[in-house]
Design a protein around this ligand. Structure first.
Ligand code: CAA
Ligand code: NAD
Length: 310
C-alpha cells in the first residue's frame, strides 16, 4: 500500500506545482544525486548532474532510465507511445559533467549530494561560490551535518539551506527543508516551492543534528546493529521482527545496507565527535569492521546481507 501509486502521485503532483527554479545542478551522481536528478527532470527542469567519476555518471544515467521505466509502467500503462516520449524527454533534460564549476555557472539551484564529509563539502562550496551567479541558491542534501557549518565558507549564507531527500528519492515522498540561521525568507520559500514542484511533501526543519527523520532513524538503526553485534538475535530475525512486529517496510539492518554502511558510519562518527557524552552515538565496532572491509551494503554487494553487485 505504501509503495503502490507513489511514483504516479509524485509525477502528477510534480506536473501541477510550478517553481521559479528551472535550471538545477546536482553534484554527486551516487545513490541520492541520481534520484534528485531524476525527479527534477521528471518535473520539467533542466538538470546538470555532476560527479568526479564519469563511470558513476554513466551508471546514474542507466539507473535513471530504469527508474523512469517504472514510472511509465504505471502512469502510461495504457499509452506506451506517451510513455516513451516521457522517458526520452526526461532523459534529454539531464546532461552530465565532471566539472562542478562549469555546471554551476547556469544554475538557479545547486543541490549537493556528495560524500558526508565536512571538509570535502567545504572545498566544493567554496569553489562554487566563486563561479555561480549571485541569484543561485545552494542546498546540501546532508544527512547529519550542520547546514550552518557547511554554509560558513560561502558569502551567500542568505541563499543557503538544506534539502534533505530520502532514499529511494523517486519513491519517498518527504523532503526536509532546513532553514539555516541566515537563510532568508525568499530562499526558504523558493526551496519549499521547488520541493513541491518535484512532487515532495515538504516539512520545515531547524538546523539540528539529523533534522527530524535521522535524529530518530539513525539511533534506531544503530541499536539494531548493537543488538546483532551482541548476538541477541540473528540479522534476519531482527529484520523480520521490525517488519512484522512494527509494520516497517524494511528491517533496520536491511535499511542500513540500503542507506550504505559508510554513510551510517560517517553520520555516527560525526555525531560522536560532536556529542561524546551521548551513548546513542558511540562508535560500533562491527560497523567499523564492515566498512573497513569494504562491505558497504547494497552498493558494494555485501553488508549485513549479500546482494547482486550493481
Ligand atoms: N527507484 C524508483 N522506484 C523504485 C525504487 C527505486 N530505486 N525502488 C523501488 N521502487 C518502486 C518500485 O517500482 C515499486 O513501485 P510499484 O509498487 O508502484 O510497482 C515500489 O517502489 C516498491 O518496490 P518493490 O516492490 O521493488 O520493493 P519493496 O516493496 O520492497 O519497496 C522500498 C522498496 C520502497 C524501498 C521499501 O522497502 C521502503 O519504503 N523501504 C524503506 C526506505 C526508507 O526507509 N528510506 C529512508 C532511508 S533513510 C534516508 O534516506 C535518510 C538518510 O539521510 C540516510
Ligand atoms: P554515494 O556514495 O552513493 O554518492 C556520492 C557521490 O559523490 C559519489 O559518486 C562520489 O564520486 C561523488 N563525489 C564525491 N566527492 C565529489 C566532489 N567533490 N564533486 C563531485 N562528486 C563528488 O552517497 P549518497 O548515499 O548518494 O550520499 C550523498 C549525500 O546524501 C551524503 O551527504 C549523504 O549523507 C546524503 N544522504 C544519503 C542518504 C542515503 O540513504 N544514502 C539519504 C539522504 C541523504
Amino acid at each position: 500500500m505504501i509503495q503502490f501509486g507513489i511514483i504516479a502521485r509524485n509525477f502528477s503532483s510534480s506536473s501541477a506545482v510550478q517553481s521559479a527554479i528551472k535550471n538545477v545542478t546536482v553534484i554527486g551522481g551516487g545513490l541520492m544525486g541520481s534520484g534528485i536528478a531524476q525527479v527534477s527532470a521528471q518535473a520539467g527542469q533542466n538538470v546538470t548532474l555532476v560527479d568526479v567519476s564519469s563511470d558513476v555518471l554513466a551508471k546514474a544515467q542507466k539507473s535513471i532510465g530504469t527508474n523512469l521505466g517504472r514510472v511509465v509502467k504505471k502512469v502510461y500503462k495504457d499509452n506506451p507511445a506517451e510513455g516513451e516520449k516521457f522517458v526520452a524527454e526526461s532523459l534529454g533534460r539531464i546532461k552530465t559533467l565532471t566539472d562542478p564549476s562549469e555546471a554551476a555557472k547556469s544554475a538557479d539551484l545547486v543541490v549537493e549530494a556528495i560524500v558526508e564529509n565536512m571538509e570535502v563539502k567545504h572545498k566544493l562550496f567554496k569553489q562554487l561560490d566563486g563561479v555561480a551567479p549571485s541569484h543561485t541558491i545552494f542546498a546540501s542534501n546532508t544527512s547529519s551535518l550542520s547546514i550552518n557549518e557547511i554554509a560558513s565558507v560561502v558569502n551567500r549564507k542568505d541563499k543557503f539551506g538544506g534539502l534533505h531527500f530520502f532514499n529511494p528519492v523517486p519513491v519517498m515522498k518527504l523532503l526536509e527543508v532546513v532553514r539555516g540561521a541566515e537563510t532568508n525568507d525568499a530562499t526558504y520559500q523558493a526551496m519549499m516551492s521547488w520541493g513541491k514542484s518535484v512532487g515532495k511533501t515538504c516539512i520545515t526543519c531547524k538546523d539540528t543534528p539529523g533534522f527530524v527523520v535521522n535524529r530518530l532513524l539513525v539511533p534506531y538503526i544503530c541499536e539494531a546493529i548493537r543488538l546483532f553485534e551482541r548476538g541477541d538475535a540473528s540479522a534476519r530475525d531482527i529484520d523480520i521482527a521490525m517488519k512484522l512486529g512494527a509494520g516497517y517496510p524494511m528491517g533496520p539492518l536491511e535499511l542500513a545496507d540500503y542507506v550504505g554502511l559508510d554513510t551510517n558510519k560517517f553520520i555516527l562518527d560525526g555525531w560522536h565527535k560532536k556529542y561524546p557524552d551521548q551513548p546513542l552515538f558511540n562508535p560500533i565496532p562491527l560497523l567499523d569492521k564492515l566498512v573497513s572491509e569494504g562491505k558497504l551494503g547494497v552498493k558494494s554487494g555485501e553488508g549485513f546481507y549479500k546482494y547482486d553487485k550493481k
